[in-house]
Design a protein around this ligand. Structure first.
Ligand SMILES: [Zn+2]
Length: 116
């Protein structure tokens, strides 16, 4: 992968990272507002707890994505970005366009998903 292409993905990853950090912090704010607001009755309280459980699940997913992005940014620094970790072939750019933090090519991804 050429340096200019790597640079393109570095920018995409950094933008995605900024976006994730923004949404995680706004979720956190919403949750703390919900938790600080007084529940008027039990029904309200139930709504608040289930909402924050959903929000927690969403942020957990985003944290995983954030870690993957950090990992990919590290790979760009090392010069190993865009190479499948399993077969060491180049990952198709069409795949990286959709998922810039991809670690495996499409073929290996399927194997990994089946075995995990
Ligand atoms: Zn592969």
């Amino acid at each position: 992968m050429s340096e200019s292409v790597q640079e393109k993905y570095r920018v995409i990853l950094l933008e995605r990272k900024a976006e994730l950090l923004r949404s995680i912090s706004s979720y956190k704010e919403e949750i703390s507002q919900l938790q600080n607001s007084e529940a008027k009755d039990e029904a309200d309280f139930a709504t608040i707890s289930s909402d924050s459980a959903i929000e927690e699940a969403i942020t957990a997913k985003q944290r995983v994505e954030l870690e993957d992005i950090e990992y990919s940014l590290g790979k760009i620094c090392e010069g190993s970005y865009g190479i499948c970790e399993m077969c060491e072939e180049d990952i198709a750019e069409a795949r990286l366009e959709v998922k810039p933090q991809a670690r495996y090519c499409i073929v290996c991804r399927e194997i990994v998903e089946k075995t995990s």
